[in-house]
Design a protein. Structure first.
Ligand code: C5P
Length: 209
């Protein structure tokens, strides 16, 4: 299969030298890309800024802002068989990007944020026969929220992550399907969880037949 994987955070500029982002390490997405390449798939990894090297055998595309990730995906998604949207895309960005460097002011600073485009929802709305996996990081009532996102974003499956998995280490993923089925995976190193995720993509793609 041709598999597109997104990973890491996106970053949104505030001014010429500052940005907002999140703590995503990128490890889950990189592990999925490595596992997919290891199983013989053709992998494109679209990644925000992280402290990881792209795995061997993977075509890497580096992006920064959400709009850049969206542009890269719009190029890669049409020829793909599957999308794994593991990136921690910023949900908000500053409505206005200041020119130059904002001066420090004792009065403080109020930033107005606007929602970013929901890349996953937009792409999956026209997914055709492609297999689309979303990710969800939920603190409470995770399964209900993941199911809602799975349906709203037209995904074939959502990988629900506990917030503790954001920074690396092990992860305890629950796969949630649009029909309400739930498949809990054990607590595993991200590399082992990635193998199960790729096996799941293969299973879903076979189901498309
Ligand atoms: O709504 P939430 O951010 O929890 O959804 C998470 C899923 O949606 C992830 O797969 C993430 O990559 C994707 N997403 C996106 N574009 C956004 C926000 C999230 O594609 N602007």
């Amino acid at each position: 299969m041709r598999i597109v994987v997104t990973a890491g955070p996106t970053i949104e500029p505030i001014d010429a030298v500052r940005f907002i982002s999140n703590f995503s390490s990128g490890r889950t997405g990189y592990a999925v890309a490595a596992a997919a390449a290891g199983r013989g798939h053709e992998v494109t990894l679209i990644s925000g800024p992280v402290r990881l090297h792209p795995p061997a055998g993977v075509r890497a595309v580096e992006v920064a802002a959400t709009a850049e990730m969206e542009r890269a995906l719009r190029e890669e998604f049409p020829a793909a068989d599957a999308l794994v949207m593991a990136a921690a895309v910023c949900d908000y960005r500053p409505r206005r990007v200041f020119e130059g460097k904002l001066d420090r002011s004792p009065a403080g600073l109020t930033l107005e944020l606007e929602p970013t485009p929901d890349i996953l929802a937009e792409l999956a709305a026209e997914k055709g026969g492609r297999v689309v996996m979303g990710f969800a990081l939920e603190a409470e009532d995770g399964i209900a929220a993941a199911l809602r996102k799975c349906r709203e974003k037209n995904c074939d499956v959502v990988a629900l992550n506990p917030p503790a998995s954001l920074n690396g280490g092990d992860t305890e993923i629950t796969l949630v399907y649009p029909d309400g089925r739930v498949k809990p995976l054990p607590l595993l190193p991200k590399e082992a969880a990635a193998e199960l995720i790729v096996a799941e993509l293969e299973r879903l793609a076979r189901g498309r037949g």
